[in-house]
Ligand binder design. Structure first.
Ligand code: 13P
Length: 340
């Protein structure tokens, strides 16, 4: 079989015992997260926070890549190096979120389509020039009794595929993220049905646009019950449903799947990832993490903008990264949390 130079890069992103940190919160999103712990959101506080994360001890053993927001790509840290350089010096690949956020889908109340294709070709060349090796685009699928509409699934799959094709042509690996939201009172079966439909549509569109499956990373939600569901599923059920859904929808050519955490608590996300990997011993792709909140909540709360808490915040962050690396190999145990 013919290989392509990007295949190796995609494999590097999902290498055994490695995962990805999503640190690509838009300025609006990070402002909300900062507000919750009493930090003003300025260019400087955002930079200091990201520098804290990227220079945490030991993370280079467990992280293959970090997804950045556009602002971070050009920021210079306190130590005089570009933040991108800090990552590169540690052998961690810098990536970039390239979508421009979700916008209302015409004619479909409360549904969205992700924007950002206009001018993307030119932006990609610039990001590549600034050191980005991979990219991310997030589509959001809302669940309730009437949603998602088939139009929402189709429209989002179509733009994800167009994005992925452009990224590969620009010499980078696309992370393709169709997120079925956890918010809602739906049960696990409903999440499974919707996730299956979203992934079926997505892979149809990726094939139609001749996107190279060997050179992308899929970033899906786990199959979980909604946040307001009155019958929350067990860890074992989540793992079984997630593995079954992926086995039915994701072609074996895809090298790896890196889950989003979607609002699960840090411990819950790690437990689920571990249970999934214990079950998935004979599946063709690597199954790992690309979490934002589930990696960042403990260090952000600890730091809270205080200079004298940097070291402790970094320790909490390194600990979460290490535990998720173990979970990506099915070697995590909840007792390991106590050490922290
Ligand atoms: P969460 O892990 O907080 O869901 O974020 C992942 C992500 O990158 C969303 O686009």
């Amino acid at each position: 079989m013919k290989s392509h130079p990007l295949d190796a890069l995609a494999q590097q992103l999902v290498a055994p015992d490695r995962g990805i940190l999503a640190a690509d919160e838009s300025s609006g999103t990070i402002e909300k997260r900062f507000q919750a712990v009493g930090i003003p959101s300025t260019e400087i506080t955002r930079r200091d926070y990201r520098e804290l994360l990227f220079s945490s001890p030991g993370i280079d053993q467990y992280l293959s890549g970090v997804i950045l927001y556009e602002e971070t790509l050009s920021q210079i840290g306190r130590d005089g190096r570009r933040l991108v350089q800090i990552l590169e010096d540690r052998g961690i690949l810098p990536g970039i979120k390239v979508d421009r956020g979700i916008k209302p889908l015409p004619g479909q109340p409360d549904e969205s389509v992700t924007e950002g294709l206009d001018g993307l070709h030119e932006r990609l060349a610039a990001y590549r020039g600034q050191g980005a090796r991979f990219t991310k685009w997030r589509a959001v699928i809302r669940v309730d009794e009437e949603r998602p509409s088939s139009l929402a699934l189709k429209a989002n799959a179509e733009v994800l595929a167009r994005y992925a094709g452009l990224v590969q042509e620009a010499g980078m690996v696309p992370i393709v993220e169709p997120e079925v939201l956890m918010e809602g009172s739906h049960d696990l079966d409903r999440c499974e049905t919707v996730t299956t439909a979203a992934l079926d549509q997505l892979f149809m569109a990726l094939k139609a646009y001749r996107v190279r499956l060997e050179a992308l990373v899929l970033k899906p939600n786990m199959v979980v019950s909604g946040t307001q569901c009155n019958r929350p599923a067990s860890v074992e059920t989540v793992a079984q449903a997630t593995v079954q859904t992926l086995a039915r929808t994701v072609p074996a050519a895809v090298p790896g799947i890196a889950f989003l955490s979607g609002g699960q608590s840090p411990e819950q996300a790690t437990q689920h990832l571990d249970a999934i990997n214990r079950l998935a011993t004979r599946l063709p792709w690597r199954l790992t993490f690309s979490f934002s909140r589930a990696l960042q909540e403990p260090p952000l709360r600890m730091w809270a903008g205080k200079e004298d808490r940097i070291r402790q915040a970094q320790e909490l962050f390194s600990q979460r990264v290490r535990l998720n690396s173990l979970a990506s190999m099915g070697r995590y145990h909840p007792d390991l949390e106590k050490v922290a």
